[in-house]
Design a protein around this ligand. Structure first.
Ligand code: PLP
Length: 398
């Protein structure tokens, strides 16, 4: 008899967005004439840039002719895209070999798939609150998870704790949901901790393109020694509006090794290559051409313009928090604004209150971990008009 993976019994119901949708549709039924503004979405709203679409069209044309048609491509990604990604890293002062870059269909898949490389006996350190994929994928594998607390006291940037023994460490910076971003000296501490403890950092930089403060790192490899202890995941989803187009990249440096229980050393780069060539058949050629166009001068300019639009919205939300004296993080180097629920409410209560009184939808912090129980996430992924109107209604709550 085929028995199922009993670790699935340990997964918590993933009800955050379905519960939000349920409550919004109940509201709409009750008040069919009231308009609802959604600031809960973690999905981009602006279309792909012109340069990207032109590259996609040209690639689609290539696929229509026998001379230029492409079948299976390299599982790791085409050289033209790996070179473009290496060029992007050079702008942060990071040198990568092309065979350290693996093109993927996005950061969600790879932050989960990377768990294939590690023993089930490893202890995993995960910040709370955080993007739920890290917790769920490790739970599916039956790994022991320990949490470090992100709280207002540490500005939602928890630091290594010498009393905690961890083998794998997830860091997301700029963070979803808190928008908080580690600075160089904080990342230096994490890298030192990982090197001292033979741990591997799994660094999610999906929001690196929102980093506007030049003193903050875009990549963990801006910290010396990180190539010996960190794998980095990035994505074009938020950088260039690829949430539906699907393209990301994972960096597995050749300098990182891991050991087996009998002390045999393995290169994580070789293991990841083996994993990908076994289980993955690459990203579509058309999508990779579109992705490479993002890294062209014109493509990057268009991507930056999109980010600037979202950041204007973030500023509108953050200014409202300032004005009302509400504690918040994010909004400067991130499209997320994470604030303390007013009136002493918990996050689901505040969700209902804001929907009922203002017709504005956000995301309750409780969905990202216990430290989010009294916090709330708003996103910049709407247009300026709706964001301004939502904040006008938000002010009226006080
Ligand atoms: N990592 C973080 C922190 C995210 O918030 C998201 C998406 O919201 C992802 C990864 C997923 O990105 P992708 O669309 O590349 O799968």
């Amino acid at each position: 008899m085929a028995r199922f993976n009993e670790n699935f019994l340990e997964l918590k119901e993933s009800y955050l967005f379905s519960e939000v949708a349920k409550r919004v549709s109940a509201f709409k039924e009750k008040y069919p004439d009231r308009d609802v503004i959604r600031l809960g979405i973690g999905d981009v709203t602006l279309p792909l840039g012109k340069t990207v679409v032109q590259a996609m069209h040209a690639a689609a044309d290539e696929m229509s002719s026998a001379e230029t048609f492409r079948g299976y491509g390299p599982e790791q990604g085409y050289d033209f895209l790996r070179q473009a990604i290496a060029g992007h890293y050079r702008t942060f002062g990071v040198e990568l070999d092309e065979d350290e870059i693996f093109v993927s269909d996005g950061a969600k898949s790879d932050t989960g798939n990377i768990t294939d490389l590690f023993s089930r006996d490893n202890t995993v350190l995960i910040p709370d609150p955080v993007y739920p994929v890290y917790v769920d994928t490790n739970t599916m594998n039956g790994r022991n998870i320990v949490y470090i607390n992100g709280t207002a006291e540490n500005d939602f940037l928890p630091m290594p704790d010498s009393s905690v023994q961890a083998d794998l460490i997830y860091i997301c910076s700029p963070n979803n949901p808190t928008g908080a971003c580690y600075n160089r000296s904080q990342l230096r501490e994490w890298v030192d901790y990982a090197l001292e403890n033979d741990a591997v950092i799994l660094f999610d930089s999906a929001y690196e393109s929102f980093v506007s403060d030049d003193s903050l790192p875009h990549s963990i490899y801006e910290i010396d020694g990180a190539k010996k202890c960190a794998v980095e995941f990035c994505s074009l989803s938020k950088t260039a509006g690829f949430t539906g187009t699907r393209c990301g990249y994972t960096i597995v440096p050749k300098a990182i090794t891991s050991v087996s229980s009998d002390g045999t050393e393995m290169s994580l780069n070789k293991m990841w290559n083996r994993r990908q060539t076994t289980k993955f058949n690459g990203v579509p050629y058309v999508v990779q051409r579109a992705a490479a166009a993002v890294f062209s001068d014109e493509g990057m300019k268009e991507a930056r313009e999109m980010t600037a639009c979202y950041m204007k919205n973030a500023r509108i939300i953050a200014d409202t928090m300032e004005e009302l004296g509400i504690r918040y993080t994010g909004g400067i180097n991130s499209p997320y604004i994470w604030f303390e629920c007013p009136f002493g409410m918990d996050s689901w209560k505040f969700f209902d209150f804001m929907l009922e009184k203002a017709g504005v939808v956000g995301t309750p912090g409780a969905g990202f971990g216990k430290n989010g129980n009294n916090w709330f996430r708003l996103t910049a992924f709407n247009n300026a008009e709706n964001t301004t109107e939502a904040m006008r209604r938000f002010r009226d709550l006080f």
